[in-house]
Design a protein. Structure first.
Length: 269
């Protein structure tokens, strides 16, 4: 609501519901005031200068080697810090203390569907049929741009990934590119899946600079309700990466795993 990103019908319904809570309008006003204060304290132009300065320090000959760089794909550049503008724009809305269990269910889709979740946190997407998803933002100068699936991109673009687990507790995020390379983004190199935040949308801890792999970059979020070994998932990704259908075909995954993907189109050779 505070960011104005809900569809009109959902926005109207949310405002109506909030207006009927004794402290509802005040909570929304407090969020909006906090956002204004954050942007005043961290103006985009100053943040952009700091990001560039950090990049310059990281690229200097005296800088320590990047421990987080993926050994299997040196051309990926794992940037040293989260894109601050994105962090400043993230808002979480809390259910007011003392709300009854019926009120909680009305606000928390995980309670309503019996799948569990983080108590007291409103899911940003209000649809009952919420599915896991990946989102990609691109840093451009002093602003960030939320990309759509299939958006054009090029080498040097700085992108930030986020995921919505939609109630699933474990997962892995990886990518395949036009060179047939597979890169694991979450968790850090590991043999087992990472715990996921089951509700809300969550940024990965690092941004990335796209390399010059031609054709495309495709990100996958693979989810499950239980921990799982990554060997089968990574093997499926390596098979897909060398397939002519790598842009569009799903991963052939072990039973019990779900997937969603996000495609960036890059210039072909």
């Amino acid at each position: 609501m505070a960011l104005g990103e809900l569809p009109p019908d959902e926005l109207a319904a949310a405002r109506d519901r909030l207006s009927r809570e004794p402290d509802g309008p005040a909570r929304l006003a407090a969020l909006e005031a906090d956002s204004r204060a954050t942007l005043e304290a961290l103006p985009p132009d100053r943040v952009a200068r700091e990001v560039k300065a950090r990049f310059a320090r990281a690229d200097s000959p005296a800088a320590a080697p990047r421990a987080e760089a993926s050994p299997s794909r040196p051309s990926w550049r794992f940037l040293p810090a989260l894109v601050p503008v994105l962090a400043a724009a993230t808002l979480v809305v809390l259910v007011r203390p003392g709300a009854s269990s019926q009120e909680q269910e009305a606000r928390d889709p995980w309670s309503a569907t019996g799948t569990g979740g983080t108590p007291g946190v409103l899911e940003p997407t209000r649809s009952k049929g919420l599915q896991p998803r990946l989102d990609v933002h691109r840093q451009s100068g002093t602003r960030t741009e939320r990309l759509t699936d299939g958006a054009p991109a090029q080498a040097g673009d700085v992108v930030q990934l986020s995921y919505t687990a939609a109630g699933h507790a474990h997962g892995v995020i990886l990518s395949v590119d036009g060179r047939g390379t597979v890169t694991q983004h979450l968790p850090a190199p590991s043999d087992t899946s990472a715990p996921l935040e089951r509700s809300g949308t969550h940024l990965l801890p690092r941004a990335y600079e796209l390399d010059d792999a031609p054709g495309f970059e495709r990100f996958f979020l693979v989810t499950s309700d239980q921990p799982f070994e990554l060997e089968g998932v990574m093997a499926a990704a390596r098979v897909l990466a060398t397939s002519p259908e790598a842009r569009t075909a799903p991963l052939t995954l072990p039973a019990g795993l779900g997937q969603t993907s996000f495609l960036l189109e890059k210039p072909s050779p």
